[in-house]
Design a protein around this ligand. Structure first.
Ligand SMILES: [Zn+2]
Length: 258
């Protein structure tokens, strides 16, 4: 099983021909217990966790998940200071304790841009699953930037802009996840892939929880999604205020921080 993003939990399960989404808002151990209770053949094992960036709303329950289940691989962008980094640092410190054997990986953007082709970065850690029926293909399209590509200092210090971007191809279906990436980083991403079909996908998980700064018209035109999925908190939880993104109008509303 693969789990993508700590806040937005998507599951791909071998032996199922179709994508299964667990409809979880954040990683909560209860979510995984629910999945595993129905799939004892998975042996409480997560092949991969990817944290797009280390903000607390993406890492809050990471330690509990790693403690309660068998996690084989863990990927983040390697930014390990500031809010939300306690659990990513705990995973690193405890990758080999308590009977665990977690492969730790951190991805910088140069890992992606140094490739000869602009198809994204993939290997056995990023894409560890080989399913017989429909084998998902997982690639990382962007990672932590060590050099400022021309953003303001504020934008460069904003961890959202260093989000890992993920593409998944699952049979004939394709998916793009941009994490909480905001406008400056989106523009840089678009510039890199402008002459390629790499961003073109069927399903777009709307960036930054549907915030106005997580999606641009140019991004939507590059992805040309058929389906947009927004992962947000409860309508009235005070943190994730009501927001919506209208693909037709190419507008989004509701500012959000972080
Ligand atoms: Zn977030």
């Amino acid at each position: 099983m693969i789990q993508l993003r700590a806040r937005h939990v998507w599951t791909w399960q071998c032996n199922h021909e179709d994508l299964t989404e667990s409809h979880a808002i954040q990683i909560q151990p209860a979510t995984f217990h629910t999945v595993f209770d129905n799939r004892p053949d998975l042996h409480n094992t997560l092949d991969l966790i990817i944290i797009t960036h280390n903000h607390i709303d993406h890492t809050r329950a990471l330690r509990a998940v790693v403690e309660q289940f068998s996690v084989l691989r863990y990927i983040d962008n390697g930014q390990l200071t500031g809010t939300g980094t306690a659990n990513p640092n705990w995973v690193r410190a405890n990758a080999q304790t308590g009977g665990r054997n977690v492969v730790i990986r951190q991805i910088a953007n140069t890992d992606v841009t140094s490739l000869p082709d602009k198809n994204g970065l993939t290997d056995d850690t990023i894409d560890p699953v080989n399913c017989a029926v429909t084998d998902p293909k997982i690639a990382v399209l962007s990672g932590r930037r060590d050099d400022n590509p021309g953003w303001t200092h504020e934008d460069f210090d904003n961890k959202n802009n260093h989000s890992i971007v993920i593409r998944i191809d699952f049979g004939k279906a394709s998916f793009i996840f941009t994490g909480d990436m905001e406008q400056p980083a989106i523009e840089t991403l678009l510039e890199w892939y402008k002459d390629t079909p790499t961003l073109n996908a069927d399903v777009y998980e709307v960036g930054h929880h549907g915030s106005h700064n997580g999606t641009t018209s140019n991004l939507v035109e590059a992805i040309t999604p058929k389906i947009a999925v927004i992962s947000i908190g409860q309508w009235n939880d005070g943190q994730n205020s009501i927001c919506f993104f209208n693909i037709t109008l190419k507008e989004s509303h509701a500012p959000r921080a972080p």
